[in-house]
Structure formats: C-alpha cells, structure tokens
Design a protein around this ligand. Structure first.
Ligand SMILES: [Cu+2]
Length: 292
C-alpha cells in the first residue's frame, strides 16, 4: 500500500498527473499524503506552513553553526592543551571580557530567534479577514463540521471502515487511502482565508493537517481558533493528534480544497439536498456504516 500511496503523493507533487486520470471525478486532482521514506517536514500548502518550514530551516542553520563552533573549540582545546603539549597548565580562573561575551552572545542569538518565532506565532494564531468560518467539533471518534455563515446542516465525518474501503474501486482507493478515507470531507474554497473554530464534546482531541501547518487542540468547553488559506486545489489528509481513546487512530481528517465556483455549487447542492432530505452530490459512499 505504501508504495502506491507514495506514487500518488509524488504524482500529485510533480505535475498533478492524476487530474487526467480522474477526469470523471471533479474533486480529485492533487492528493496530499505522507509517504514512506519521507524526509523533512510536510510539503507546505499554506502560508503558515511555508513560514514554519522557513523558520525550521533557518534554525537548523543556526544550530548547525553553533554545534560546529563548539565542536571546533573543543577539538582545539583538546589538542592545544593536552598534557604532553602543555605540561604546566595555566592557573587563570577569570576573564571578564570572555565571560561577558559568552553571556551576551547567546542572549543576542536567543532574542534573534524569539523575534521571528513570536511573529510567526501571532501570524498563525488568527486571521483578521476570514472569507469563511468553519466550526470543527471533535467527538470520540469522529469530527463534525459546521459552516455557521452558510447555514448548512452540520455534517459528521467518519472514517470509512476498512471492510467498506476494500470494496471501493482501485482508482478511488488511490485518492482515498485506507484509514484516511472519510465519508464526508470538509469542503473549502481555494485562496480564501478560512477561519477554523475548534472544540470538543467529550475528551481532548487535536485537529491536525500537516500540510496546513495546523495542529489545534480541541478542548471541551473551549473554542480554539486557527486559520488556513490553501492555493492548490486537492485533497489534504490529517489525523487526530491528541490521544483520545481507543479509536484515536481512526478519526482521520480529509479536507477538499476546490475552486470558488465549485464550492458555491457544492453549497447550493447541500442546501438543496437538505431541503429535499437527500444526501448532497459529494456524499461519498454514504451507504458506508460509520466506524463507531
Ligand atoms: Cu483523537
């Protein structure tokens, strides 16, 4: 399975070859997935994740330079002041200039790290001009998505049970992988600041989508806020990231990012189907029994 998942992720990353393959399925183009043998952080899909990756890379440089500098000093001391080369050790115990330097320089480095770090924390915290608000409610062991501004019916998002997943067509299995496929994905428009309000009804969970740089705790009686803005249309997967009980591993997150026009069409179809009492047109495998 992993090899297949990997190839899907790579195909998605390098040119969206799947778009043609799944031309019949308007939703399926880019599929964002982790794959085996993956190095480094997730491929960023939002400005937040881009900045997280940049900060991480910057810090890696800082930490590497410091480590090499300290290693160099230690090697120098070990060689230059070894017993045979330096039989009579110096009895110097203080050097004011040196002590001030090794206190002040680390402070400067830490402040230098803190400034971009805090800036990013505030950037991640909330968006001031949200084009869409979504409320995510965590339960043991599924998610409920609501669109408060659009007055859509709340929709529950359950993982597709493995026995049901195995019955899916092969082409669909590739874009809706085992243990990540859900019955109802969160659908959002591309290039819109989406405000996400996260809460829980039972225990703590965490709504996490690695490509978005989001890992927001869902806490009972509290509403946490985060946001994302994805420019690349496709399907992005995540998982609950706060141990929440026996089915913690089975409450995946699936976010479909579509064009504004497709989103409007989807909203209209949801409203129409709610009025008619029938499932909307993206109700994927509605017949599937929820994984409780
Ligand atoms: Cu959980």
């Amino acid at each position: 399975m992993m090899a297949r998942v990997r190839s899907v992720a790579l195909a998605g990353l390098f040119g969206g070859g799947l778009a043609g393959l799944f031309a019949g399925n308007a939703w399926a183009q880019f599929v964002d997935l982790p794959h085996s043998g993956q190095m480094n952080l997730h491929h960023p899909a939002t400005p937040v994740m881009e900045r997280l990756v940049a900060l991480h890379t910057g810090l890696l440089w800082v930490i590497t330079l410091i480590t090499l500098f300290v290693l160099g000093l230690m090697l120098y001391v070990m060689v230059r002041f070894r017993a045979t080369a330096n039989p009579t050790p110096s009895t110097t115990t203080h050097n004011t200039l040196l002590e001030v330097a090794w206190t002040v320089i680390p402070i400067i480095i830490l402040v230098g790290i803190a400034i971009p770090s805090f800036r990013l924390l505030y950037f991640m915290d909330r968006t001031h001009d949200a084009g869409l608000t979504i409320k995510v409610t965590a339960h043991q062991w599924y998610w409920t998505y609501e669109y408060p501004d659009l007055k859509l019916d709340p929709m529950d998002s359950y993982m597709v049970k493995v026995a049901d997943w195995e019955k899916l067509p092969d082409a669909e299995k590739k874009i809706r992988p085992r243990l990540l496929a859900v019955d109802n994905s969160l659908v959002v428009p591309a290039n819109v600041n989406v405000r996400v309000l996260v809460t829980s009804t039972d225990v703590m969970h965490a709504w996490t989508v690695p490509a978005f740089g989001i890992k927001q705790d869902a806490i009972i009686g509290r509403t946490n806020e985060t946001w994302f803005n994805v420019s690349k249309e496709g399907i992005y997967y995540g998982q609950c990231s706060q141990i929440c009980g026996k089915d913690h591993a089975f409450m995946p997150i699936s976010v479909k990012v579509v064009s504004k026009a497709e989103f409007d069409k989807w909203v209209a179809s949801q409203k129409k189907s709610a009025a008619a009492g029938t499932p909307g047109d993206v109700a994927e495998v509605r017949s599937v029994t929820p994984a409780r």
